[in-house]
Write a protein that binds this ligand. Sequence first.
Ligand code: SAM
Length: 243
Amino acid sequence: MQSDIKTIKKHFQKSIDKYTDNAAAQKYTADILIKELPKTDYDNILEIGAGAGILTSYAANTLKWRNYYTNDLVEKSEIFVKKYIKNTKFFAGDFRKIKFSKKFNLIISNAVFQWFENTDKVLDKCKNLLEKDGILAFSTFSPDNFKEIRELTGLSLKYKSLEEIKTSTEKDFNIISIKKSEYVMKFDNPLKILAHMKNTGVNSLTETHWGIKEVKTFCDNYADKFPDLTLTYSPIIVTAELK
Ligand SMILES: C[S@@+](CC[C@H](N)C(=O)[O-])C[C@H]1O[C@@H](n2cnc3c(N)ncnc32)[C@H](O)[C@@H]1O
């Protein structure tokens, strides 16, 4: 399934205050993203979907720039990113709809591309926004992401496989590196898994409200099928240079 933009915004708006404390997997991918970059110095950087500023904080500690631009669907994100980069220029709204009047040397984005139904269109927009030799670096998730949730509920985003992402990226970019990884979290009860999903905004997979009965069934089935109470993240991390 694919969530609509209003639902995605609503859930991330609600979770943004608790996000950083809960987003261990996104910290893991932000760290890899920054380390995979071919250099650390860029004139103009654009970060797509900056959220509570996890990637922004890693960039602030590692990269050098003249201008660092940030974007998120959720307006409140501006307050978070400005904690790490005071003078960032923030673009509120759906990245796909924003008209930028300048080009960038690096476009970077952590754990956002899985929300874009049409990856090709977004990659095309990135291509047009990059200067010659510009770098695009993003993390997204593979179809194995949250395999436990999919198996139990049938709910999942339409994640693209590594091969699909590779093919789409290679149209206009030379791939520097593309990696699929795994990050497994462990919980001490299934309710904490639900709370984790809520606190990281990921419950925008469905608008349906779960009552006590649905929650109990979910928890019982989870403990039954996955007694170790694991939740598996399956990130794909891409670094590429404009052709
Ligand atoms: C999983 S969070 C990742 C946040 C941050 N990049 C990090 O490093 O943790 C996904 C973010 O993407 C944003 N987002 C989703 N769709 C978007 C869109 N179409 N345009 C801009 N931001 C979007 C959400 O509001 C949310 O803050």
